[in-house]
Design a protein around this ligand. Sequence first.
Ligand SMILES: Nc1ncnc2c1ncn2[C@@H]1O[C@H](COP(=O)(O)OP(=O)(O)O)[C@@H](O)[C@H]1O
Ligand SMILES: [Mg+2]
Length: 382
Amino acid sequence: MKILGARVQGFRNLADAEYEFSSGVNVLQGDNGHGKTNLLEALNFVALGRSHRGARAEELIGHRAAHLHVCVTVQTAVNNVHVLEFGLDRDGGRRFRVDGEAVAHRADLIGQLATVFFWPQSNELVRGGPEHRRRFADQGLSSLDRDYLRALTAHQRALRQKTRLLKDLRHSGRVSGSARRELVAWNADLAQHAAAIGVGRACWAQGLAPHAAAVYVALTGTPAPLEFAYRPRLLALAALAAGPAEKNDLVEDILAEIDYIGPDEMRRGRPLTGPQFDDFDVRLGSLDLRAYGSQGETRTAAMSLVLAQSEVVFERRRVRPVLFLDDVFSELDRERARRLREWCGRDHQVFVATARADEVSDWHPQRIRRWRVEDGRLATLP
Ligand SMILES: Nc1ncnc2c1ncn2[C@@H]1O[C@H](COP(=O)(O)OP(=O)(O)O)[C@@H](O)[C@H]1O
Ligand SMILES: [Mg+2]
């Protein structure tokens, strides 16, 4: 998959402009604060339907612009070119278009362009709290599987409703018959969605793990066993690690677990179990990297997980996602940086942003294009 070009208007500090990219490696170099990450964010927005930095529309719209519009031309296969567009207004208006046709939902845009993003914050994948690993899983899975995205969204909605109800009940101190019925209904809903989320996460983690281990070896040159495994909160889902389960049995088991913890939930006034508490193990042999990883191990493990996701995308969809590497080379020693470039340059279109041009000056893959980024403007370098 390649991003052939883009037209950017009103996005952060970027000048309104149109670009043509190399289908190989695109290097964006320039001092910090000039707009390298902004451009990557604009391109990647199309893939996620949101900012990878979690920025809101009003942060993304240029200070002097009324709205923003980004149009990205993507080649998904030979002879298969699509135009993906989004527009955001200050008053919250959003527009998504695929090949000129308006699409109503973010979900219709997600997955059209497959990307994988690595930036310094990606290290949180290993050292940060479980929410970072859940987000990584959810983003990766949602781009591959619309049913997963639907289950996730429905689960979040039901969980909000149940939380509100439990809070009300705790305040009032009395549980009416209708409140009890409502709770039963939310639990039934939650159990259905939790089963779908659990099955999705378990399969995804099992598929990702061997790739992550292989990339770790490729980046370090040492056969260290990087392990990645799903650690769900629900016991019924933990059984999934042992082997596939019947969906119906799973829903029943989950419901029984939620029921069992019900009185506690009433007392505490909030849901106490479910996939919203899931985590994933990241280990190097017997070492739990989440707690004990050195900086080098953490970075390389996080990078391995992200690059492994690109292998999962290839396995499931037969397309190579576009790789975004933002400010990553400065964190690696020379040998790992060289191995990373080798790994990425082989099959993928790559966008690299760096403040230190010397880090990539000795990189000469087949098709490379260098850009200088200054004050939101890009100029091609020889
Ligand atoms: N909505 C906005 N409008 C105009 N400028 C913005 C907006 N949001 C961020 N910026 C500017 O973008 C610059 C940061 O760009 P960034 O892409 O993060 O830099 P870098 O090249 O270091 O990756 C800062 O100068 C910031 O002031
Ligand atoms: Mg940056």
